[in-house]
Write a protein that binds this ligand. Structure first.
Ligand SMILES: Cc1cc2nc3c(=O)[nH]c(=O)nc-3n(C[C@H](O)[C@H](O)[C@H](O)COP(=O)(O)OP(=O)(O)OC[C@H]3O[C@@H](n4cnc5c(N)ncnc54)[C@H](O)[C@@H]3O)c2cc1C
Ligand SMILES: NC(=O)c1ccc[n+]([C@@H]2O[C@H](COP(=O)([O-])OP(=O)(O)OC[C@H]3O[C@@H](n4cnc5c(N)ncnc54)[C@H](O)[C@@H]3O)[C@@H](O)[C@H]2O)c1
Length: 467
């Protein structure tokens, strides 16, 4: 029986464990915290639960237009209940995952894991496991999966103190909403929290080191979000690199590299994550971490060392829970000799959970505009969609991209309140190489937002294509 040890019990680790157990391997997960990993306990799940509450408030802002009068001044946020719900759901989901993997026969050890091979190049690997009480156990493995995830990056001049200078994992310990939150970093994490706290009625200033929010996302989508921010009174400081954050009597001062100073009551640091690869004994197996400490893997999650695989955020390959899970499963299928297709990153669907949401799949507009990928494109504003008008939605759009000659769908973007749900038909088309004709001829419900997707397909149909 193949002995598999998995370091880390996040989506990469636990999904891998389920696959390996299903294929009859002897599987152990070593997780120092709780199953579900940082994803379930501190990052993805808590943030989306918090956003569910802020989203409920966001909807109330727009009710007046639909003829429903609400007194927003009378609406209050019961923060202990919101935070209690965030933490409770995370713990419950972690417990569910633990029960599920244990039901499948996986051994779960709550401890810190590191490689302890006597020398690199051995066929059997040794994983040393240190329990909280200091006792040490040694595990032999034919295959090891490194799935240790990542941790918030700390700027030396802005070390989180859990009171005024916070990382996103400390937010749910606040007893009151911040009066004025400076969000440092405008990547996906920063944008999501800036949007959520804005909806919660908090004054927010986003500190973006670039010329816009969401520098890695679709530029038109980012522009919509900036419009919403402006409308709701959220400020975006652009070309603003935070050098340090100092505590003052009343709150914090964010000192920017160009000399500007932003005052706020709290600072939320969202300046990225670093992989948890520094203290896991990589040198004992002969793995040299790449730039930033990430572990290089191929498309079936192999590292440079036989018998050692890596998956998830510690590899730096699209830091998404869905990608981590798929990398973990692929590693196990490969290790156990099952037929496996290498991961295809061009088909990954992702969503930014702002209001409105921004969902993307496949080739980006930027790759098309730069000439890297030839494609025909269409952008339909939601304002032209009958259902959107009924719902009072003025912002947002559907973009669809297809190959010039064949009409095969290669990507798309949806900006809408439920973009995370609406992106699926486009993702299905990209994954299965469907054409714009397939979308065009599909019945969508009338009236519906998804009607804009089939309409985009119709507008990209070209019978006179000679290329
Ligand atoms: C605020 C935020 C929101 C996000 N929202 C989304 C989202 O909506 N959708 C999405 O797809 N992705 C989201 N992500 C990304 C997603 O959380 C990560 O991609 C995902 O957690 C990666 O899973 P993983 O298994 O690689 O690592 P993790 O979830 O980080 O799990 C790794 C686990 O390994 C443990 N570990 C580390 N070292 C050791 C060791 N030596 N021994 C034992 N255990 C160890 C850690 O304690 C941790 O529990 C979000 C990220 C952030 C920061
Ligand atoms: N909804 C989701 O799926 C979701 C949510 C959150 C995060 N994630 C994923 O997690 C990964 C990390 O995202 P992230 O947003 O946490 O990190 P990131 O690295 O993508 O963004 C951090 C941003 O902070 C900026 N920055 C760094 N130092 C700065 C400074 N001193 N001053 C001002 N700005 C500074 C960087 O330029 C960058 O734009 C991404 O791959 C993302 O897709 C996904």
């Amino acid at each position: 029986m193949t002995r598999i040890v998995i370091m880390g019990g996040g989506p990469a680790g636990y999904e891998a464990a389920l696959v390996a157990a299903q294929h009859g391997a002897d599987v152990t997960i070593v997780e120092r915290d709780g199953l579900g990993g940082a994803c379930v306990l501190y990052d993805c799940v808590p943030s989306k639960t918090f956003i569910a509450s802020s989203g409920a408030l966001a909807k109330m802002h727009d009710l007046g237009e639909l003829g429903i009068n609400t007194d927003l001044a009378d609406t209050t946020v019961d923060l202990p209940t919101v935070h209690g719900r965030v933490k409770g759901l995370a713990l419950a989901q972690s417990a569910d995952i633990r029960a599920r993997v244990q039901r499948e026969g996986v051994r779960v050890i709550t401890a810190q894991a590191r490689f302890a091979d006597d020398e690199p190049g051995l066929a059997t690997h040794t994983v040393e496991v240190t329990h909280a009480d200091g006792t040490v156990e040694s595990l032999s493995a034919d295959v090891v999966l490194i799935a240790t995830g990542a941790t918030p990056r700390v700027l030396p001049g802005a070390v989180p103190d859990g009171e005024r200078i916070l990382d996103w994992r400390q937010l749910y310990d606040l007893t009151e909403l911040p009066e004025h939150l400076a969000v440092i970093g405008s990547g996906v994490t920063g944008a999501e929290f800036a949007s959520a706290y804005t909806e919660m009625g908090v004054k927010v200033t986003v500190v973006s080191s670039r010329d816009r929010v969401l520098p890695h996302e679709d530029a038109d989508a980012a522009a919509v979000l900036e419009e919403v921010f402006t409308q709701r009174g959220t400020t975006v400081a652009k070309q603003a690199r935070a050098e340090r954050v100092e505590r003052t009597e009343k709150g914090v001062e964010v000192h920017l590299a160009d000399g500007r100073v932003i005052e706020a009551s709290h600072a939320l640091m969202t300046v990225g994550s670093i992989p948890n690869t520094a203290d896991i004994g990589l040198d004992r197996v002969g793995i040299e971490p790449g730039p930033g400490g990430f572990i290089a893997v191929d498309r079936v999650s192999r590292t440079s060392v036989p018998g050692v695989y890596a998956a998830g955020d510690c590899t730096g390959v699209l830091m998404l829970a869905s990608v981590a899970s798929m990398q973990g499963r692929i590693a196990m299928w490969h290790a156990l000799g099952e037929g496996v297709a290498p991961i295809k990153l061009k088909t990954v669907a992702a969503n930014v959970f702002t209001h409105p949401e921004i969902a993307t799949v496949g080739i980006s507009q930027q790759a098309i505009d730069s000439g890297e990928v030839p494609a025909r494109t269409i952008m339909l504003p939601l304002a032209t969609n009958a259902r959107a008008k009924m719902e009072g939605l003025r912002r947002g759009f559907v973009k669809l991209f297809c190959r010039p000659a064949t009409g095969v769908v290669v990507g798309g973007v949806v900006v809408a309140p439920s973009a995370s749900e609406l992106i699926l038909p486009i993702a299905l088309a990209v994954q299965n190489q469907l054409t714009v004709d397939h979308l065009a001829l599909t019945f969508s419900v009338y009236p519906s937002l998804s009607g804009s997707i089939t309409e985009a397909g119709r507008q990209l149909m070209r019978h006179d294509d000679l290329d």
